[in-house]
Design a protein around this ligand. Structure first.
Ligand SMILES: [Fe+2]
Length: 150
């Protein structure tokens, strides 16, 4: 299997959101590197929780901004966020159970999910912000509507 690659997220043209995307990318790829070199790293679980908390805060910031801008695709975008957070909460509940998946697999999965989210639905609002004449009908589908690749 090809090694997972995630380049730095493309700009959406909004300074605060770009900075949060960059920070999330940094946190997730940093944890992946840590787990690849020492899979049992004690701080891994705490970092995974920190990533969840940052994602929650970032989604709120993004939704508030898009609402203030009148983005017509906000409802499906918000729905995508909710499904992604549901996935995250499910994984957090299972962390302490016997047979819980290795953390590195979850971090790879969340990296792929967030990367795809950024490249599809986040890119859609970036395009709309630059050209509000673009319609919601042309917005690309994201992870939630297709489901994760398994
Ligand atoms: Fe988003």
């Amino acid at each position: 299997m090809a090694e997972f690659q995630w380049d730095c997220p493309a700009s959406v043209g909004v300074g605060r959101l770009d900075e949060e995307h960059r920070q999330l990318h940094h946190l997730i790829t940093g944890l992946l590197k840590t787990l690849e070199t020492s899979p049992g790293a004690a701080r891994g679980e705490a970092r995974f929780m920190e990533i969840f908390e940052r994602v929650v805060a970032h989604f709120k910031t993004e939704e508030d901004y898009l609402e203030a801008q009148g983005f017509p695709g906000l409802a499906p975008h918000r729905f995508e966020h909710e499904l992604l957070l549901d996935w995250f909460r499910d994984q957090l509940v299972l962390r302490g159970s016997t047979g819980a998946r290795p953390l590195i697999l979850l971090v790879r999965e969340i990296a792929e999910i967030i990367q795809r989210h950024h490249q599809t639905v986040d890119r859609a609002y970036a395009v709309w912000l630059k050209d509000p004449e673009a319609t919601a009908d042309s917005l690309p589908t994201g992870w939630a509507r297709r489901g994760p690749d398994r």
